[in-house]
Design a protein around this ligand. Structure first.
Ligand code: NAD
Ligand code: G6P
Ligand code: MN
Ligand code: MN
Length: 431
């Protein structure tokens, strides 16, 4: 049987991944799931871990749930390691959202300066985890969910010997909306994704052998609601979307509708709070529910979180690797020439054939000029962010932030960077 180690096991998303393994138990023989957390997460780990135990018991599957604060014990001989940890917890996320807003810039946990700060905190921890893996489970696959997922995946690809796949639920949401507007079964729809994590385009959409991209784009331009739970649905500029003629992801709104999104964020910060502040309340409610000894399934209320369908991504990926399914899934992998306009050694988010040897990206070739520029500048920002976070080089960090399209200029980047370093210093051993 398989041993899974889940780092950040106290996450409110844990019931998702447990449900995913339960549903696939007939073909994916998971015998042990080790949920790992840190002292600060002890209480959450116990609550959600006990729910996980009730879930497997009720389902009657032969799988043991282990709760631990000892990461090394959990990693020993693991077959798959999944990561869903949040360095600095929600308070750090809220700071990430608020620092850029001080300078009239987008304050978001994964895009813009917020995602940059999150990367600086997370990279030392993921490198530590990989060091442990190299020693304790060198052949295990790392299935990374921790954000910024593309940047974290690229760090592991470039700086460790660990096999890694990065995940996001956004492409699943895009696949679902495409199927919905086509009134089709999602299994009859294929979306060929290409781009970066949280900057991915559904470049081509097929239905039963026909290219139906235009049809989907026209429906979206007609105003079909389409977003993730954490991103306000501000529609699109109709002419822009129609000419783009591909499916943008909800995070594209931060780039395509920056001013409108910023105003919305400023307004929200004054009223219900930033998304991190809202999530604090949602999470408290979720953990109250999780405490109920009669609850033995994933509650509906988890759908209020932006990461819905996470288990479909994580467990289906593990299933596809383990069973060498050779199905197509959108994941974050080394580019290796799949997108000709990006370097070979960077992480891209693209449709891949999932095999037991890992994901094999479908070829994209060159992308249209209308999406190439944004993709390249954000990738350059990501590459420099990895370098800055690994080395602790202040100037590299300043270049990275300045280059980010959601950061106005170098003066503001410097002020933000100084705030970010000062307010996160306990999580930044490299600085
Ligand atoms: P959370 O705040 O519930 O954190 C999960 C757990 O991580 C907590 O219990 C916390 O104690 C623990 N933790 C913190 N530092 C740790 C460390 N060093 N080692 C082990 N555990 C540690 O977070 P969440 O809302 O469940 O999100 C978890 C992560 O997943 C975040 O990085 C988030 O951005 C990401 N996420 C990704 C996607 C995606 O599409 N890729 C979707 C949703 C969330
Ligand atoms: C999804 C994204 C995640 C993101 C999350 C936020 O949109 O794919 O990467 O971090 O939702 O959800 P939350 O409920 O924490 O705001
Ligand atoms: Mn995501
Ligand atoms: Mn800029």
């Amino acid at each position: 049987g398989l041993k899974i180690a889940t780092i950040g096991g106290g996450s409110s998303y844990t019931p998702e991944i447990i449900e995913g393994f339960i549903n696939r138990h007939h073909e994916l023989p998971v015998k042990e799931i080790w949920l790992v957390d840190i002292e600060e997460g002890r209480e959450k780990l116990e609550i959600v871990g006990n729910l996980a135990k009730r879930m497997v018991e009720k389902a009657g599957v032969d799988c043991e749930i282990k709760l631990t604060l000892d990461r090394r014990e959990a990693l020993k001989d693991a077959d798959f390691v999944t990561t869903q940890f949040r360095v600095g917890l929600l308070d750090a996320r809220i700071r990430d959202e608020k620092i850029p807003l001080r300078y009239n810039c987008i304050g978001q946990e994964t895009t813009g300066a917020g995602g940059f700060a999150k990367a600086l905190r997370t990279i030392p921890v993921i490198l530590d985890i990989c060091k442990d893996m190299e020693e304790l489970c060198p052949d295990a696959w790392l299935v990374n969910f921790t954000n910024p997922s593309g940047i974290i995946t690229e760090t592991v690809l470039k700086h460790t010997n660990i096999k890694v796949v990065g995940l996001c639920n956004v492409p699943i949401l895009m696949h679902m909306i495409a199927a919905q507007v086509l009134e089709a079964d999602k299994d009859d729809v294929l979306v060929h994704f290409a781009g970066l994590n949280h900057l991915v385009w559904g470049r081509k959409i097929y239905y039963k052998g026909k290219d139906v991209t235009r049809k989907v784009v026209e429906k979206l331009a007609d105003g079909v609601n389409f977003t993730a739970k954490n991103i306000p649905d501000m529609g699109w500029v109709k002419e822009h979307l129609l000419d783009l003629n591909m499916l943008p992801c909800p995070y594209h709104r931060y780039f395509y509708l920056t001013d409108k999104m910023l105003k919305e964020e400023i307004e929200a910060a004054k009223t219900e709070g930033t998304r991190g502040e809202v999530v604090k309340k949602v999470e408290a409610e979720l953990f109250e529910l999780y405490k109920d000894p009669n609850l033995a399934e994933k509650p509906k209320q988890l759908e209020q979180r932006g990461g819905q369908y996470y288990s479909d991504a994580a467990c289906e990926l593990i299933n596809a690797i383990y069973n060498d399914k050779r199905i197509i899934m959108p994941v974050n992998v080394q580019n290796n020439g799949a997108i000709s306009d990006l370097p070979e050694d960077v992480a891209v988010e693209t449709s891949c054939v999932i095999t037991k040897h890992g994901p094999m990206p479908l070829n994209t070739g060159h992308v249209e000029t209308k999406i190439r520029g944004l993709m390249q500048v954000v990738k350059a920002y990501e590459e420099m962010t990895v370098e800055a976070a690994v080395t602790g080089d202040y100037n590299r960090a300043l270049q990275a932030l300045t280059m980010n399209p959601l950061v106005t200029d170098s003066e503001i980047a410097k002020k933000m960077l100084d705030d970010i370093i000062r307010e996160n210093i306990e999580y930044l051993p490299q600085f």
